[in-house]
Design a protein around this ligand. Structure first.
Ligand SMILES: *[C@@H]1O[C@H](CO)[C@@H](O)[C@H](O)[C@H]1NC(C)=O
Ligand SMILES: *[C@@H]1O[C@H](CO)[C@@H](O)[C@H](O)[C@H]1NC(C)=O
Ligand SMILES: *[C@@H]1O[C@H](CO)[C@@H](O)[C@H](O)[C@H]1NC(C)=O
Ligand SMILES: *[C@@H]1O[C@H](CO)[C@@H](O)[C@H](O)[C@H]1NC(C)=O
Ligand SMILES: *[C@@H]1O[C@H](CO)[C@@H](O)[C@H](O)[C@H]1NC(C)=O
Length: 432
């Protein structure tokens, strides 16, 4: 409720401060009154400092309570992670690039630390928990003030430019079969998971991907395990029916690469199967590989500027290793979800032509990739989820590639099969 009210405030303020652009020959000129630069930067720095102070206090606190059974190490890790993430927000801010969405996430994170500290306080109240609580309260007030006093317009301009760019992407010539046939564009609810199954290869492999051939005319199911450090893999197990898949029988193991350290081996858990072709991040590079099982041939395409090797993974309390590049497919296309430095670590979505293996479109979102736990695509709409509890996720964000619109006020909770879920693929049948 609190977050909701704040958002409304921001929108109202931003609306009142529009900076009109003028088209001059081939460029767009905007006059910005320099008085709008008096953004409350000092307050942002204060918040960052306060969170750092919290961390210091927490470290002492942790030291004191290390011998008790209170679960402080995880609190410490959380605060450290949040401090690390704040540094990025700070960078975004000093580059004049932070935005309302980042503030909202910051706010949610503050709320979450608050809950954790509150629990610790109830279990074992002492001066430190008391201080932490009052510091968190102050930090939250500061964030609230940042929302209220924000009359910073560069952000609005950047957002508008990016929206224009995304709309331009969408206007690019798009193959006929790309426009989705879904009549309702944004999902309204998500059913419980229908399929629960342990991987059939080995219980010791805890990371990988599985699913159905995304070209739904193929009734093919598959599983893929990362066998080396939860990072690399080189085989895929394919089943010709759902029954075989559930019973783990009548499968065929296909070799994607001769070994898990081959240049054509798989890296990370973003793998998908589309039209009997495996699409995945190529071994140790910012490239997408396709391995056509029918023709047994591998091709690759470069993903410009994509962060790899845990630069922009999916995160929540902790980050999931080797999740820099996520592949998704719907009936119409293969989608690549990643982040670039150029887009300040925010999610970039590219549409990949599965037959030509070239990138046809690229949209840049305002969603910081490290702030989401997972993404998936349905009907050309990218959805992002955040952690709610070990049993629940929430879809909180959508980006519609057919309109270039971002929606960050969704709240669609759904059950998850396991706490460590990192790779969700959207299936219309399953989720809508
Ligand atoms: C800039 O904005 C301030 C405050 O709104 C106003 O007083 C000032 O006249 C403006 N300057 C110009 C050049 O428009
Ligand atoms: C979060 O904390 C965990 C455990 O301390 C660490 O492994 C991980 O790298 C941290 N993530 C970030 C973004 O700092
Ligand atoms: C907590 O603070 C009070 C007053 O500042 C002080 O008297 C007390 O000794 C402190 N308790 C602990 C456990 O540090
Ligand atoms: C895979 O190879 C087969 C046979 O060469 C071809 O018909 C099919 O279109 C290829 N699929 C993809 C996705 O490239
Ligand atoms: C993708 O490849 C096809 C066939 O080679 C070509 O016609 C098309 O222009 C390419 N698209 C891009 C964006 O490179």
């Amino acid at each position: 409720m609190f977050v909701y009210l704040l958002l409304l405030t921001v929108i109202a303020t931003v609306e009142a401060q529009r900076v009109p652009g003028l088209q001059k020959t081939d460029s767009c000129l905007c006059k910005i009154n320099s008085s709008i630069w008096t953004f409350p930067a000092v307050q942002f720095v204060e918040v960052t400092k306060e969170v750092q102070t919290c961390e210091e206090n927490l470290n002492e606190f942790e030291e004191k309570l290390r011998n008790t059974d209170v679960e402080l190490p995880s609190m410490g890790a959380t605060l450290q992670n949040i401090t690390a993430r704040l540094e990025v927000f700070n960078y975004l801010h000093t580059s004049g690039l932070y935005n309302a969405l980042h503030l909202r996430q910051l706010n949610q994170e503050l709320e979450e630390i608050h809950q954790i500290v509150n629990e610790a306080h109830l279990q074992n109240p002492n001066n430190e928990t008391h201080n932490l609580l009052s510091e968190l309260k102050k930090a939250k007030n500061d964030v609230r003030r940042m929302y209220k006093d924000d009359f910073f317009n560069l952000e609005t301009m950047k957002k508008r430019l990016q929206d224009l760019n995304n709309r331009a992407q969408t206007c690019k010539t798009i193959p006929n079969d790309f426009r989705s046939t879904c009549h309702q564009r944004i999902m309204t609810r998500i059913s419980s998971p229908r399929v629960t199954k342990l991987n059939s290869i080995s219980k010791s492999y805890i990371s990988g991907a599985w699913g159905r051939d995304a070209l739904l005319t193929n009734n093919r199911y598959w599983e893929h395990c990362l066998v080396s450090g939860n990072k690399h893999g080189n085989t895929i197990r394919v089943y010709n029916s759902h029954e075989d898949f559930m019973a783990s029988k009548n499968y065929k193991d296909e070799q994607i690469a001769p070994s898990y350290s081959d240049k054509n081996a798989v890296q990370g858990s973003g793998t998908i199967l589309y039209d009997n072709t495996v699409f995945y991040q190529c071994y140790e590079t910012a490239e997408i590989c396709s391995f056509n099982i029918t023709s047994q041939s591998t091709e690759r395409v470069k993903l410009d500027g994509a962060g790899i090797d845990n630069k922009f993974p999916f995160c929540y309390f902790s980050c999931r290793d080797w999740t820099d590049i996520d592949l998704e497919a719907d009936q119409d296309a293969v989608w690549v979800i990643y982040a670039t430095e150029e887009n300040h670590g925010n999610i970039v979505v590219s549409r990949l032509d599965p037959l030509e293996l070239n990138i046809t479109h690229t949209w840049k979102t305002h969603l910081f990739k490290r702030s989401v736990t997972s993404t998936f695509m349905v009907c050309g709409v990218l959805y992002a989820t955040r952690y709610v509890s070990n049993y629940q996720e929430e879809v909180f964000y959508a980006f519609d590639t057919t309109t270039g619109q971002e929606i960050n006020t969704l709240s669609l909770p759904f059950e998850k099969v396991s706490a460590g879920i990192a790779n969700l693929n959207g299936f219309r049948q399953l989720y809508i």
